[in-house]
Design a protein around this ligand. Sequence first.
Ligand SMILES: Cc1cc2nc3c(=O)[nH]c(=O)nc-3n(C[C@H](O)[C@H](O)[C@H](O)COP(=O)(O)OP(=O)(O)OC[C@H]3O[C@@H](n4cnc5c(N)ncnc54)[C@H](O)[C@@H]3O)c2cc1C
Length: 429
Amino acid sequence: MAGLATAAALGDAGFQVDLFEARGFLGGRATSYPLPGDGSEIIDNCQHLILRCCVNIMDFYKRLDVADRIHFHKKFYFMEPGGQTSVLSAGKLPAPFHFAGSFWKLACLGLGDKLSIARGLMALRREYGRRQDLDRITMLDWLREKGQTEPAIRRFWGQVLVSAVNEELDRMAASHGFQVFWLGFLAGSNSYQMGIPAVPLGDLYAPEAWKRMGNVRFNLRTPVDRVVVGDGSVQVVEASGKRHMADYYISALPFERLPAVVPDLGFDITGFEHSPITGIHLWFDRSLTQLPHATLLDRTIQWMFNKSGGRYLQLVVSASRSLVDMSRNDIIALALKELADFFPRASEAKIEKAHVVKEVRATFSAKPGLEQLRPASATKIPNLFLAGDWTRCGWPATMEGAVRSGYLAAEAVTSAAGEPRKFLLADIA
Ligand SMILES: Cc1cc2nc3c(=O)[nH]c(=O)nc-3n(C[C@H](O)[C@H](O)[C@H](O)COP(=O)(O)OP(=O)(O)OC[C@H]3O[C@@H](n4cnc5c(N)ncnc54)[C@H](O)[C@@H]3O)c2cc1C
């Protein structure tokens, strides 16, 4: 995604761009492919969603003329075991009071929990941008400091943040929790709206989307083996036995690949760790629900996405360390058992197909202290720039973060070329 965003920005600015991708398709961690062993169906590796406050990824989709394929949903459904469903959605009041009506009606939280959350949100507004230690403490430390009730932490803060940041509250730097709630929930009355692609992820970057940019060339199945540095700058890139030269080079590699491919950069990845995500795709012989999606409370499965009439459900578990060593069959059995707690029809339904995707290296772990280790786009090598969701792009590991990093790298290239351009759009608040 970061490499594609860089290519789109520089391509639009008239640069000739050659993109090298190790795999046979585009999209990296946000992609789709034919269902293994079946092929009849194209599936996303895992449901990807954005919030309306993700302005840069929407800008990237506009560049590819696919923005209309992202459908925004205005209701968040919180489901309790037993099936009781609470809806969070904006009313007529302006931000930050837009949730006032629906929030107080949430059945999944008691009055004491809601009062504690309201106090917590007010504290967050006061401290956002002012408090200096947010990258050093965990979100859980902060929530405890603010006296949040246990159900408020588990069913509200945790339910939103573990998925948004892909990390547990006791491992996540408070700065990330602040950012998600500030931008997604407080800054604008529509910024919480959830954007879900109406097409497989891979269709968003299909070849026809790039036709307009004739100056972006794709080299698929062409892993870069080595970026060769001499006399202080990159001389050549070796990819699949061929050598390629350019004026400027951008690495959009994941952090764990960088040291092997660009050893001369001397980038130390000690301190970076991964956090896993597990996607569970289940096809049933009947419809289990008409809800388009729901966040499932108090269980391992955190989100359900209804991909087709309630018969194809995609389930997501973020920070899914507990599932990493579990077998495929045990994960499916767990998912079925938990689904039956929410959707009674699941206990009678038969599974027609199932697919489990364990992304062990889904994202970096957004732990305290990491922010200062994330590198900027410019490197000590003047014609080499970095992109990737793990670089210092101002966001956690998300598609928005990846696009931001790509735009920042593209800006750095235009500056180095003496034609400075701005691509990055500012956050809405
Ligand atoms: C299961 C899962 C669910 C997620 N859900 C969400 C979500 O709902 N919302 C959200 O915003 N984000 C989500 N994310 C995070 C999001 O996918 C990533 O933050 C984003 O895609 C990262 O983009 P990137 O370009 O930085 O890295 P990548 O997508 O990893 O891109 C790196 C690219 O480099 C290629 N590559 C590697 N080595 C070489 C080489 N030697 N030569 C050439 N190419 C090479 C790879 O094939 C890959 O295409 C999710 C991630 C996962 C895994």
